[in-house]
Design a protein around this ligand. Structure first.
Ligand SMILES: [Zn+2]
Length: 275
């Protein structure tokens, strides 16, 4: 049984500051602290996968600022395999295929605009106000559920702040959740004790995998419409110039993808949507 895990940092236990996720200097003590929290939460999830009988655990470092190098700097449980997100058309998460039993998210954050979300955002913090799939607001958790769903693979468990857990319960009621903290402002939160949270992650991930037969695959009929509302018109200009992209408002652009495999491909010189 193969389980794939994608990691992020804003929703980690023990992370309570922007600098811990985004400091530009690799040697920054705050960022180093963030990476250590990443390893601890991820290794708890890996242990949970193995407890539940997984025979293969694949981990991707999904936090953009890390450049996929986080687990070269802090140690991933050697029983898990470190894999990469491969740029391409469509983007490929190396190891995610139809043979995968389920996917798990660690350190995830709520979608842009969530009240009570700590560092909530969708893709670009401070630039994107809303991200919509077929006209409904979604965030990065939904993108991953849709991407995995295109391979027939269900999202099984997420860990993150209370706002992310509430988002999961609302959109994907079969998904298990572990709360790591409670947001008190965009950049402030109340952390829960990290030892307890990591014990919960291990236990809850294992329980979610054992409920696999109740999990649902999130698949949408083709075609799927993606809409992005930017905070500022100039931010929409570049995408609006790509063939196939529609602009319904100075700050709002939309495009169409054939299925969830394409959710991570944004219109660019390398790829433009059809129609
Ligand atoms: Zn992130």
């Amino acid at each position: 049984m193969k389980i794939c895990v994608v990691t992020d940092m804003e929703g980690l236990a023990g992370v309570d500051a922007w600098e811990q996720c985004y400091a530009t200097d690799d040697a920054s003590p705050a960022y180093r602290h963030g990476l250590e929290q990443l390893a601890a939460d991820t290794n708890a999830a890996v242990a949970g996968c193995l407890d539940a009988g997984a025979t293969e655990v694949v981990v991707w470092d999904g936090h953009g600022r890390n450049g996929q190098r986080a687990f070269t700097r802090v140690a991933l449980d050697p029983r898990a395999k470190r894999r990469r997100l491969e740029v391409g058309t469509p983007v490929r998460l190396d190891g995610l295929d139809t043979a995968t039993a389920g996917v798990v998210m660690v350190g995830q954050h709520a979608m842009a605009g969530t009240l009570g979300g700590f560092l909530d955002h969708t893709q670009c913090p401070k630039e994107i106000c809303r991200f919509l799939i077929n006209g409904e607001e979604h965030g990065e958790m939904s993108q991953f559920a849709l991407h995995a769903g295109a391979f027939g693979v269900p999202l099984l468990h997420v860990s993150g702040d209370e706002a992310l857990c509430a988002e999961a319960r609302r959109l994907f009621p079969w998904v298990g959740t572990t709360a790591t903290k409670r947001g008190t402002g965009w950049e402030t939160c109340e952390l829960y004790p990290t030892g307890t949270v990591r014990a919960n992650i291990r236990q809850d991930v294992a329980a979610a995998i054992k409920r696999l037969s109740q999990a649902q695959v999130w698949r949408l009929p083709s075609p799927i419409e993606v809409t992005v509302e930017y905070a500022w018109s100039a931010l929409a200009d570049r995408l609006a110039a790509v063939p196939g992209v529609r602009r319904s408002h100075a700050r709002v652009v939309s495009w169409t993808i054939p299925d969830g495999r394409w959710i991570y491909n944004w219109p660019s010189v390398d790829w433009h949507p059809v129609g």
